[in-house]
Design a protein around this ligand. Sequence first.
Ligand code: MG
Length: 296
Amino acid sequence: MNSPTPAGDSAAARRSLEALALGDAFGERWFPLFRPPRQAYAEVRARRTPHEPVWHWTDDTALALALQRVLDEYGHVDQDRLALHYALAFEADQARGYGHGMHILLPELLASPAAWRTLAPGLFEGGSLGNGAAMRVAPLGARFHQDVGRAAEQAVLSAEVTHAHPEGVAGAVAVAVAAALSVRGEFTLEAVAARTPGGQVREGVLRAARVPFSTEPWRAADLLGNGQRIRADDTVPFALWTAARHSGDLEAALWATAEGFGDVDTTCAITGGVVGAVTGVDGVPAEWRLRLEPLS
Ligand SMILES: [Mg+2]
């Protein structure tokens, strides 16, 4: 293995980012806003590609792009700079499906980015434990795959700016580690759990490790959570389970993740970012790539 470079592996990061965006945009199609739940269920089971000509990506991708820009520029997470870039992404298009906490926090960070130090821990009395730090971080993990410890440490920094609660941070660490291990060909749920800080996210990943891959995805989502509660510990275990179940096949991984429904843009973004860190998006049907809103 080559020695780690300061800026990491930007090609791996790009593969992961493109797959994260594809997962995000594909997953978003299954929300009731676009098709009633019965229809969504039938179409996912039948593996019918969503017919809409353009699949727009959401906040998951907008913030992953912001994180990517800072890492491209600095080679590491500069937290004040990152706070500004998250805020700029929000300002550029507020209708990307941001959670309630981000609607409160990000406009304030636009005015004073360094204020994340007091504002992020003050959100929801103790900081957000939502899945927002996990949903954007896979490309960071892919980038720093040569040093998994560094991937975990940079994931913490990327999370703290908006998600100060230890469970919000742990969700980001688990996903970044999964993406790093994925590039290294060492991705297992047990290995991710071993590097995830103690708490409910790690417990969930350990629980996922005990769910056989012969289990139907909808059943696994019942056992592990599907993101419906918008918490990291309710989102990350299932998304990583499907990523591990289909580690070499992005298309199969995204269909399996969609079967869980729930916060399906975010579960698919996480799964996509982890699997795609290795596969890229070349293996999915061409029409999927054509329908994905460009990453600008
Ligand atoms: Mg979203």
